[in-house]
Design a protein around this ligand. Structure first.
Ligand SMILES: Cc1cc2nc3c(=O)[nH]c(=O)nc-3n(C[C@H](O)[C@H](O)[C@H](O)COP(=O)(O)OP(=O)(O)OC[C@H]3O[C@@H](n4cnc5c(N)ncnc54)[C@H](O)[C@@H]3O)c2cc1C
Length: 474
């Protein structure tokens, strides 16, 4: 771990213009940093590849039809519309030039640059397949709104296909759902798919019984919810088993294909589980922007691609660049929303102190994380909560989960509609977001094809240009 920034770099902008802060990412880190700068004498530009702020902890409720996309992903532009010093820009950042203090981004086919005096990078993390990226096609993860909508369509599509197929073996494959990764997301997904099958879809099919669906939660680790400890992990496991979820631990996934999944057990034997719908929630890797920053500075990255930051969340030799949230590695802090929120706010406060009060980076106090605890839902009316030594499971934990998630949802209207959707769900198994479209199922493959066509077109254009250049030289 490197020490806090000591460089006496002045944070103020050249005379005649305001200090420019560029923030990459509109997730928890980016949005809270921008909001912290609301009253600061700076110009803030928040650039992100999506136009919304995504509340990732509730993505599984979109994937299983409880909440609508709008409730968990309000437009960033509208959240920040009254913040006069903030500009929201849609753009996928592909290059950060540390020496020139600028970054390059694109929105569709439009390219643009952004210059900064201070930079806060909060580009988060993606799903990791531990070097087996080809698994993704058959076992999508859940990181984005697109992922959740695709998964919802895949899940519902399996029930629909099972209803019309005559072949019994194929019907069983269609009604087998495998969730890889028994962390909070895997537990939440397994619980919800089981509830969907047993309660929400009850009596709605004529040839199949949705409750006969097999829901399997598997993990290479020996425990459910390892970060929550044995007691809470076992409580979650017991509740899931009560709901009919099969838990398979110490089971290492060795392959994923169209047909199903291949698993290696501790005794070395390999077996297959035929399943049409596979969901991946087993690991994360940080945004590749982290490696780019490390390559240009003295910073290092860890195995998950996270940047080892200084104690003040800046990069060695670059006090003007902060990396926060899921992209950063500091003191083994977990990849959770509170780390990103507190990191984003901390970075913004350092910038304010230096721009408005003339402080120097050397005067920064180290970032201190305040652990407010962690929680995960298992099913309706059942959750687990860990706050330091305090461990709670069951109904009370679930009420706490409900209150905290409502409090952190962005926007008053969203909180009201979410409460209404939850009320409907709790009161009568009603899920109002069970729409599924063909595009959501096939969009990933279509986009892959479009990207490949684009790349081929660009390379053909380049070689034509090179040929005509060499012809004119001749
Ligand atoms: C399914 C799921 C459930 C979770 N549940 C919980 C939970 O219950 N409790 C909890 O505390 N945490 C939970 N987490 C973790 C939590 O959501 C993350 O720790 C948090 O979102 C990290 O915030 P961040 O700002 O670092 O990144 P993110 O919130 O991921 O935001 C990253 C932002 O960067 C943008 N971006 C990425 N790359 C680029 C680029 N190249 N150019 C421009 N923009 C870019 C993205 O569009 C996004 O706006 C969950 C995560 C997931 C995926």
């Amino acid at each position: 771990m490197t020490e806090p920034a000591t460089d006496q770099v002045t944070a103020t902008a050249p005379a005649g213009r305001r200090h420019r802060v560029v923030i990459v990412g509109s997730g928890f880190g980016g949005l809270f940093a921008a909001q912290q700068l609301e009253k600061a004498d700076v110009d803030v530009t928040l650039v992100a590849r999506t136009g919304h702020h995504l509340f990732q902890p509730l993505l599984y409720q979109v994937a299983t039809g409880i909440l609508s996309v709008g409730e968990i992903a309000p437009p960033t532009r509208l959240i920040l519309r009254d913040q006069k010093n903030a500009t929201v820009v849609l753009g996928d950042v592909d290059t950060i030039d540390v020496a020139a203090k600028k970054l390059h981004a694109s929105a569709g086919h439009i390219d643009f640059d952004l210059e900064y005096d201070s930079l806060i990078v909060a580009a988060g993390a993606n799903q990791s397949y531990f070097g087996n990226d080809h698994f993704e096609r058959w076992a999508p993860g859940m990181k984005t709104v697109d992922d959740a909508l695709e998964l919802r369509s895949r899940i519902l599509g399996c029930f629909e296909q099972a209803e019309v197929i005559d072949d019994e073996e194929e019907r069983r494959r269609l009604l087998t759902f495998v969730i890889v990764g028994a962390g909070p997301t895997g537990v939440e997904m397994a619980g919800q798919v089981a509830e969907l099958a047993q309660h929400t879809l009850r009596n709605s099919f004529r040839r199949i019984d949705p409750a006969s669906a097999r829901v399997i939660l598997l993990d290479a680790a020996p425990a459910v919810l390892p970060p929550f400890g044995n007691n809470l992990g076992n409580a979650a496991r017991a509740r899931l088993e009560e709901m009919g979820v099969e838990i398979q631990l110490n089971a290492m996934v060795t392959n994923v294909d169209y047909q199903g999944i291949e698993v290696k057990d501790p005794d070395g034997s390999v077996r297959r589980i035929d399943a049409s719908c596979k969901i991946w929630s087993a690991g994360v890797k940080a945004s590749p922007l982290g490696k780019q920053l490390a390559d240009q500075t003295d910073a290092e990255i860890d195995r998950a691609g996270r940047v080892l930051v200084n104690k003040d969340l800046s990069l060695p030799g670059h006090p003007e660049i902060f990396v926060v949230g899921d992209m950063m590695s500091l003191d083994n802090l977990p990849g959770v929303a509170q780390v990103a929120i507190q990191g984003g706010k901390y970075a913004a406060k350092q910038i304010i102190a230096e721009v408005e009060k003339g402080r120097t980076p050397a005067e920064r106090k180290p970032f201190k994380y305040f652990d407010k605890g962690s929680m995960a839902t298992v099913s309706r009316y059942s959750a687990v909560v860990k706050m330091g030594p305090i461990e709670i499971s069951g109904f009370i934990a679930w009420v706490m989960w409900l209150i905290v998630h409502l409090a952190y949802l962005i926007g008053f209207k969203n909180r009201i509609t979410t409460m209404f959707s939850w009320g409907m769900h709790m009161g009568g198994d009603h899920r109002s977001q069970l729409t599924s479209t063909k595009q959501w199922v096939y969009a990933r493959q279509a986009l892959e094809r479009v990207a490949a066509d684009d790349a081929a077109q660009r390379s053909a254009d380049r070689s034509r240009e090179e040929q005509s250049a060499s012809a004119s030289v001749d």
